[in-house]
Design a protein around this ligand. Structure first.
Ligand code: SAM
Ligand code: SF4
Length: 336
C-alpha cells in the first residue's frame, strides 16, 4: 500500500522468519465489566491501572509503529470502552494517517452510550464479542447481568451504520453447539458476520482440553441443516476462513488451534502496561514506555531485537498434556 502520509518512514519490521509486521494490537486497559470464563484467571483477577499506558504514550506508539509500516491498528483490552479517553485515542489514530485501518474489539456493553462519539471520532470497524444469543447462557459465560446492554449495543451499532461489524464467538464444547442456529437466524438479513474463534489456552483460563471445539466440529453441526459454500481468502495473511450459509448468511472461523496462521502472522501486541509482545502465546516481552522517544537512537534497535525473538509458531495445543506456563499473563492482561 502506498502511504500518502508525510511522516518519516523506516524499513518495515520483520522477524527472523521474514514475516513483515503490519498489524498492531494495543490493549488500552486491563479493566473489564464482564468476567468471561475463558478469558479470566479462575481464582482472582486484579488490574494494575497505575501502570497503564497514557494517551501521550499511545500517540507515540502509533507514530513509532506507523513509521515501521504498520497499517492496521486494533484497540482492545480488557474492555476498551472503559477507558475514559477512548474517543481521543480513536480521533488521534484516524487523523494521524488515513491509510491506517483502525478497528476495535469490544464486548458491546457500552456501545449504546459511546457508539456515536466513536463513529464521529473516526472508528468505522468494530468486532463485538458475544458468545451466546440466549440471555441465560450469556450470563453464564460472562458471569455478569449485562445481556440487555450488550444486545442494545449491537442493535444501536447496526443503526449507526459502522462500515463493518463482526461478531466474535469463542467456540466452547457443549455450549456453542446450541448457539449456532440462533446465531445464523440472528444475522440473517443484516450485514453482520459471525466469526467462530477456536478456544486458545492461556494461563488461568477454563479447562482448555475439555472445552475445546474445533472449526470442523462446528462445520459438521451446521452442515446437518444448512448448505455451506467456502468463500475464497482475500490475501495470505487473512487469519479467518469464510463460508456462505444457504447462500445468504456469512460466517467465518479463526482456527488458531487446528489451522494456525502463524506462518503468515503479521501482528505484534502492546499490553496495557506498555510491553511489546511479539507473539500472543510467548511471554517474551520488552517494556517500551521508558524508551518512547521516537528520536531515541536505541528505540529502533530494541524493537527489532524483540522481533527477532518472535516464535516461528505456537506449540500444538491439542497434545493432551499441553499447559500454558502459569507465570504468563491471562488473556485479559494480554489483549485479544
Ligand atoms: N473485551 C473485549 C471483547 O471481549 O471483545 C476485548 C478484549 S477480549 C480479550 C478480545 C477477544 O479475545 C474477544 O473476542 C474474546 O472472546 C477473545 N478471547 C478471550 N480469551 C480467549 C481464549 N482463551 N481463546 C480465544 N479467544 C479468546
Ligand atoms: Fe472482558 Fe473481553 Fe475478556 Fe470477556 S473477553 S472478560 S469482555 S476482556
Amino acid at each position: 500500500m502506498s502511504d500518502t502520509c508525510t511522516h518519516i518512514l523506516r524499513k518495515p519490521l520483520t522477524d527472523s522468519f521474514e514475516r513483515e509486521i503490519r498489524s498492531l494490537r494495543i490493549s488500552i486497559t486491563e479493566k473489564c465489566n464482564l468476567r468471561c470464563r475463558y478469558c479470566m484467571p479462575e481464582d482472582s483477577y486484579e488490574h494494575h491501572s497505575k501502570d497503564v499506558i497514557t494517551l501521550e504514550e499511545i500517540k507515540l506508539l502509533v507514530e513509532v509503529f506507523h513509521s515501521f509500516g504498520i497499517n492496521k491498528i486494533r484497540l482492545t483490552g480488557g474492555e476498551p470502552t472503559l477507558r475514559p479517553d477512548l474517543t481521543e485515542i480513536v480521533r488521534f489514530i484516524s487523523n494521524y494517517c488515513p491509510n491506517i485501518e483502525l478497528n476495535m474489539t469490544t464486548n458491546g456493553v457500552l456501545l449504546e452510550k459511546f457508539g456515536i462519539d466513536l463513529l464521529n471520532a473516526g472508528l468505522k470497524r468494530i468486532n463485538i464479542s458475544i458468545d451466546a444469543i440466549d440471555p441465560v447462557e450469556f450470563q453464564y459465560i460472562t458471569q455478569r447481568n449485562q445481556y440487555q446492554k450488550m444486545m442494545n449495543g449491537i442493535l444501536f451499532a447496526l443503526q449507526l451504520g459502522f462500515e463493518s461489524i463482526k461478531l466474535n464467538v469463542v467456540a466452547i464444547k457443549d455450549f456453542t453447539e446450541r448457539q449456532i442456529p440462533k446465531f445464523i437466524k440472528f444475522i440473517e438479513g443484516t450485514n453482520l458476520e459471525v466469526r467462530f474463534i477456536e478456544l486458545m489456552p492461556f494461563s488461568g483460563n477454563l479447562n482448555f482440553q475439555d472445552k475445546f471445539l474445533s472449526k470442523n466440529e462446528i462445520l459438521q453441526v451446521i452442515e446437518q441443516t444448512h448448505a455451506l459454500t467456502p468463500i475464497q481468502k482475500d490475501n495470505l495473511s487473512q487469519t479467518f476462513t469464510m463460508y456462505y450459509v444457504d447462500g445468504k448468511v456469512k460466517i467465518g472461523f479463526i482456527p488458531s488451534v487446528t489451522d494456525s496462521f502463524c506462518k503468515n502472522c503479521d501482528r505484534v501486541r502492546i499490553t496495557a502496561d506498555g510491553n511489546l509482545r511479539p507473539c500472543l502465546h510467548s511471554s517474551n516481552e520488552i517494556n517500551l514506555t521508558n524508551l518512547l522517544n521516537p528520536l531515541d537512537p536505541e528505540l529502533e534497535g530494541h524493537i527489532r531485537e524483540a522481533l527477532r525473538k518472535k516464535w516461528k509458531e505456537h506449540p500444538d495445543f491439542r497434545i493432551a498434556n499441553y499447559r500454558p506456563p502459569l507465570s504468563d499473563r491471562a488473556m485479559i492482561l494480554i489483549g485479544g
